[in-house]
Design a protein around this ligand. Structure first.
Ligand code: AMP
Length: 279
């Protein structure tokens, strides 16, 4: 596996791979690599001659400074894990490499997508996500971009980014299912910050989602939502939201047969976890 620290080196090398007719699959991450990340790399390896991952903790997407400062860093382990999965290259830039002095942060038109759910609770977060993904796409120029369903709204935002930057004809988004621990907890780098007591409670989020799925057939959306929020709160979570929305628009469902997804964000002792389930 080739390790790149400089954008220009990565870009030149990857362009050569493309020129040689290799399709490039790209898996962007913020590190603290777990099986969920590696499942995206494996999906990329199945469909592309060349797979590149990146590890970069993007400061511009953290609306909360202490969340950024406490984000887990396990770079040496990450390099080993990505190499063991058989990735061809790993890009680990510095902040200065990604955002040089002359970098002018664009403002992306994300419409209502950045004002609902995560957008409402994390102002500026999706603009930061778009900045980093846009910059990474310019450097890597992949044929396929691998994203996790775990970050459901992020997938929608990045789809929109590809459209607004006219990349959607060149780069295809491939979304992989959420990998979970045996007890249902969605794998996440932030799980490393949970104390053993919090870790024992954390699967409550998946439980609330599966209960919502089971009860939606005979209960109203408002009832399902209220039950989930009161159960999570009783279990010690600080719930930001638990919403049932259209799987397409992320707005309240308007049609009787619309596909619905339940999305939630809830914290345990300051560690904020998100998850979702198609209903
Ligand atoms: P992150 O490092 O948290 O920014 O995640 C990098 C990528 O991995 C994103 O596309 C995530 O949606 C995806 N991802 C994170 N957790 C999981 C998971 N448990 N299962 C599948 N994909 C995931």
């Amino acid at each position: 596996m080739i390790l790149f620290k400089r954008a220009r080196d990565a870009s030149r090398y990857l362009q050569k791979q493309s020129d040689a007719g290799k399709e490039i699959g790209f898996v962007p991450t913020m590190g603290a690599i777990h099986e969920g990340h590696l499942s995206l790399a494996q999906a990329s390896k199945r469909n592309n001659a060349f797979t590149v991952c990146s590890v970069f903790i993007n400061p511009t997407q953290f609306n909360n400074r202490s969340d950024f400062e406490r984000y887990p860093v396990t770079l040496e382990k990450d390099i080993d894990a990505v190499a063991a999965t058989g990735c061809d290259a790993l890009f680990i830039p510095t902040v200065a490499e990604m955002y040089p002095d002359n970098y002018a942060a664009p403002v992306y038109n994300l419409g209502y997508l950045e004002t609902v759910l995560e957008g409402a609770y994390r102002p500026g977060h999706f603009q930061g996500v778009c900045q980093v993904v846009h910059r990474l796409l310019q450097i890597v120029n992949p044929d396929r971009l691998y994203l996790g369903q775990k970050d459901y709204q992020q997938c929608k935002v990045i789809q929109r980014l590809l459209q607004t930057t006219n990349r959607d004809h060149h780069t295809e988004i491939v979304i992989s299912p959420t990998l979970r621990e045996a007890d249902g907890l969605a794998m996440s780098s932030r799980n490393l910050r949970l104390t053993p007591e919090q870790r024992a409670k954390a699967p409550g989020i998946y439980k609330a989602l599966t209960e919502a799925k089971a009860s939606i057939v005979h209960k109203s959306i408002a009832d399902v939502k209220a039950t989930a929020i009161s159960r999570l709160t009783a279990d010690g979570f600080a719930v930001d939201y638990f919403e049932l929305v259209s799987a397409e628009t992320l707005l309240l469902p308007t049609e009787p047969l619309e596909r619905v997804v339940a999305l939630t964000a809830a914290s345990l002792g300051g560690v904020r976890l998100i998850d979702n389930l198609a209903l």
